[in-house]
Design a protein around this ligand. Sequence first.
Ligand SMILES: [Ca+2]
Length: 475
Amino acid sequence: MNKMLMKSLNHVIYLVFNLLFFSLLTVSGESNRNKPNLIIILADDLGYADLGLHGSKQIPTPNIDRLGREGIIFKSAYVTSPVCAPSRAGLITGKNQLRFGFNNNFGPDQSGFDPEFKGLPVDEITLADKLGELGYTTGLTGKWHLGEKPKFHPLKKGFDEFWGFLGGGHDYYEARTDGEDLVSPIHCNYKTPVPLTYMTDDIGNESVDFIQRHKNEPFFLFASFNAPHSPMQALDEDLQRFSQIKDDLRRTYCAMVYRLDINVGKILNTLEEEGLEQNTFVIFLSDNGGPANLISNGSVNAPLRGQKTTLLEGGIRVPFIAKWPEILPSGKIINQDEIVSSLDIFPTFIDAAGGSVTKEDDLDGMSLLPYLKDASLKIPTRSFKWGYTVSMAFRDGDWKLIRLPDRLPMLFDLSKDISEQNNVALQNLERTKNMLKELGTWDIRLPQPLFLEPPGWRIRHLGFYDAEYQLIQPE
Ligand SMILES: [Ca+2]
């Protein structure tokens, strides 16, 4: 080849390369500009009854209520577990966590179980991993609770930024760099953490900071509040607002939920101020139902029976709101017969981000976008299964079966009996048998749990099925 020809060939290659490079840049720039920002706001151990939009007469929650008014409220929304860690494992992977052995909360190490496995299995893909691949900047503020060993750290599970704590609960006022459990350190990879003011305010402020720093790129924020999970600590100014409530525990709880609402408001206001509101998709939910009886934080799940740790509705049905003004209708209520799950958040967000979910992703939920965008479409009848320590449950359309080790299975028709007062298993024996068979067939194919809770907890959990629950709103 002569020199002239070589030179012009090089020139053509150079031109083609530049053309390709800059058109790719433009395409990704444009598609990135159109991508919605994605936010999950997670409450911790919030009672189903304890929001204004769910009829609370004691706790004003104007900001969460506004989110509901301007967005979509789901009346039949579930999490995958009635306790924190497994519920979060399901939410962040889009898979029922029992499929990878994450059945339980973390307890003390037990003989026969390798503590190296106490965390979200390292090969599980998270929503943050996937959104990172789609060009998102990802951040977690607050509680992680998916493993405390370095290999389980959120920065290894797809998050670019983390401000928060690794365990399941935290003191609201104090963190120590060498502390453990409730006073464990605040971790942060982009600045040196300053002392806590009040945890709920700090998580709110860090969430606002994340939004402001990343307002020019598509971002995914997981605002993972620990309120109103114990320890029960509230600000004096908030306690004064609820001075009419005589019970100390309930008063403190109300003040904590009120402060959570203020911080949800901070996040929503920041979106508005930064001009991001229209194209930001926000989902609000709780990680499990409110604890009552022996382990109570003062919450109420009315009209639902049960509590945190039970597979009665009070343990797993949670407040759930979605808002994305640019794409979704506002003021819509999705009724009881249309069931959604925290498992749907993963595929819904990937869909919103312009990505796609394939068979290899092996997820358990589905994108809700087609049903939310088109008013003529109803979410199809679905079924979900749950397992936690002593209990298993199966919801299939209106029917729900609960299986416990020491009694006949219970069957409820949720279309008529949202408070699970009438066990109709014997009146519907064929249905009970069929559902029990399907649940059992699923159960025996699951892997063994990676870690267990102490045996004593199982006895306690069983007792919560026989306890009494407040089924109407307190005045
Ligand atoms: Ca929780």
